[in-house]
Ligand binder design. Structure first.
Ligand code: HEC
Length: 114
């Protein structure tokens, strides 16, 4: 019964998310940082860059990606975090995103206003 539920949940959420992620790794997708953000970042950082209270309880170190927070971080420093990860819970994305996609994301998150 439990397994059925898991499979149903995967069919609803997992597979489309995976398919979307896979289709976004092509080089033509660099114009889609919003879609990349929604596919890879939003579940922790929240739709507007501010983590939900529930997510904050789970991962207390989660920063709000506000302009003030990002102001003293260069694009290349952000790309380095995306590539290599940071701490225990910000996982590396270097194997899933291209350099150009990470650059586009670094710029995109500066426009979030949590
Ligand atoms: C599994 C949850 C999770 C996901 C998914 C995630 N992050 Fe994070 N992120 C974190 C946590 C936790 C931290 C805080 C890391 C620390 O300081 O220990 C963080 C930190 C950051 C920081 C700040 C790094 C710094 O210089 O201190 C940036 C920028 C960031 N994330 C961007 C992103 C982007 C863009 C994505 C999508 C590609 C993403 N994150 C996906 C959890 C996540």
């Amino acid at each position: 019964m439990r397994l059925l539920f898991v499979l149903a949940a995967l069919a609803c959420f997992g597979v489309p998310a995976f398919a979307q992620g896979a289709s976004l790794t092509g080089s033509e997708s660099t114009a889609e940082p919003k879609a990349l953000y929604e596919a890879h970042c939003q579940k922790c950082h929240g739709p507007a860059g501010a983590p939900s209270a529930a997510m904050k309880r789970l991962l207390p170190e989660l920063p709000a990606l506000s302009p003030a927070f990002l102001a003293n971080r260069s694009d290349s420093a952000i790309v380095a975090v995306l590539k290599n990860g940071k701490g225990k819970n910000m996982k590396p994305f270097g194997d899933r995103l291209t350099e150009a996609q990470m650059q586009a994301l670094a710029k995109y998150i500066r426009n979030l206003a949590p």
